[in-house]
Design a protein around this ligand. Structure first.
Ligand SMILES: Cc1cc2nc3c(=O)[nH]c(=O)nc-3n(C[C@H](O)[C@H](O)[C@H](O)COP(=O)(O)OP(=O)(O)OC[C@H]3O[C@@H](n4cnc5c(N)ncnc54)[C@H](O)[C@@H]3O)c2cc1C
Length: 381
């Protein structure tokens, strides 16, 4: 089949690898001008490791494994350690490999056969099924039009495919009350070289806010998270996103917050989004289906978004194999296999925000005590 896959994150790339391996003709499009990079290391867990193994990619994934170790700590406003980071926030075991999003994406790109077209800087703006229902006519932002047998939207949390086929984002998004900004730190005075003995990752809280350095493999990221309701903004307006983060931490000069905000101002690949989930009763309509965050985002708090993207891509491709000529049966089988993983991942975030961004000093103290740390220093401001 001729299949359009919008989105070149883990879901879109894994799907393209799975589909081309089965003889389908895949076209990828990506809204950004190049592959989007950045983000914290992500986890490949449980059955998603089986997907990676079946694709023959496990040795390379292991080779790029991030040994984040347990050396993450919460610190107070003066930089003194108040609690260790809970191990489950760090992950890493035989059933859970941590790898950077960029390394995983590169491994998937390398696994694509040569010649798979990837068009950057384009998006889907119209999707119409032919009158006989045999094809989908796709209109692109670039003005180009083309027909495909299937459109499989892997275009992330703010999916355009989902909006065109299932309606506005507001109808299926569940905002979890936290926003997250991530920027590269290029002046890590702590000297993170990726070797043993490096300064651990450090995170500092005041009520409803978390700011810190995540250090791994010689890289340092600034992480800034804060509690707030939905913030209406253009998801592609970097300047507006930088302003939102700066305003959320305005007036806070304690610890390393000014330096962290400096990284937000400087990093051209700064990432910002609301921590949200997507809940949809069905992930397909006609010849269009969704995979990954576009269909069932579980949020970074779940630590399972990438695993869902990998199992989703595999189940969808396998189902299309098992039901040749019957995409509806294939989409239904994909949903039936994937749904339990999604429900588990989405339900797993209940406690997440409480650990990362406690909303009061009492909650910060209780968290630190529960983690076996000393009492937080309260004189932050
Ligand atoms: C830059 C970045 C950083 C991230 N950092 C983290 C992190 O630190 N922790 C974490 O848990 N998760 C993070 N995520 C989310 C995580 O990658 C996903 O939850 C998971 O890997 C599932 O991936 P996905 O492919 O479904 O979605 P995504 O990784 O979001 O990929 C979707 C892709 O589709 C593209 N796209 C969007 N709209 C369109 C459109 N209209 N047409 C074509 N393409 C479009 C996007 O640019 C993106 O490349 C990040 C995502 C991105 C994009």
């Amino acid at each position: 089949m001729r299949i359009l896959v919008p989105g070149t994150g883990v879901a879109g790339l894994a799907l393209a690898v799975e589909l081309t391996a089965r003889g389908h003709e895949v076209s990828l499009i990506e809204r950004a001008a190049e592959f989007r990079t950045g983000g914290t290391p992500i986890d490949i867990r449980g059955d998603a490791l089986g997907v990676v193994a079946r694709l023959g990619l496990l040795p390379r994934v292991r080779e790029h494994r991030v040994d984040a170790s347990e050396r993450g700590v919460f610190v107070d406003a003066h930089g003194a350690t108040v609690a260790p980071l809970p191990v489950e926030q760090v992950g890493d075991s035989d059933d859970d490999i941590e790898i950077t999003r960029d390394d995983l994406a590169r491994i998937l790109v390398d696994a694509l056969p040569p010649g798979v077209p990837i068009r950057f800087g384009d998006s889907v703006v119209a999707l119409d099924e032919n009158e006989d229902g045999g094809r989908v006519d796709v209109g692109f932002l670039s003005g180009h039009r083309e027909s495909f047998d299937l459109v499989l939207g892997a275009d992330g949390l703010h999916s355009a495919v989902r909006r065109l086929v299932f309606g506005p984002e507001a109808d299926c998004v569940r905002h979890l009350g936290v926003h997250l900004g991530i920027a590269h730190v290029t002046d890590d005075a702590a000297g993170n070289t990726g070797g043993a003995g490096d300064t651990p990752s450090e995170f500092c809280n005041y009520p409803g806010h978390m700011a810190g350095f995540m250090r791994f493999k010689g890289e340092t990221l600034a992480l800034l998270a804060f509690r707030a309701g939905p913030i209406d903004h253009d998801h592609h307006d970097l300047a507006a996103q930088r302003r939102i983060v700066a305003e959320a931490f305005a007036g806070h000069t304690e610890w390393e917050i000014p330096r962290l905000l400096g990284a937000v101002r400087r990093d051209p690949a700064f990432y910002f989004d609301a921590i949200s989930q997507i809940h949809l009763p069905a992930w397909h309509r006609g010849r269009v289906a969704l995979v990954g965050d576009a269909a069932y985002c579980a949020s970074p708090l779940s630590g399972r978004g990438t695993s869902l993207a990998l199992t989703g891509a595999a189940f969808l491709a396998e189902a299309l194999d098992r039901h040749p000529g019957d995409h509806t049966a294939a989409f239904e089988e994909y949903a039936a296999r994937q749904r339990p993983y999604v429900e588990f991942a989405q339900a797993s975030v209940d406690e997440g925000a409480g650990i990362v961004v406690p909303d009061s000093w009492e909650a910060i103290r209780a968290r630190n005590e529960a983690l076996g740390g000393a009492e937080a220093v309260e004189s932050v401001r």
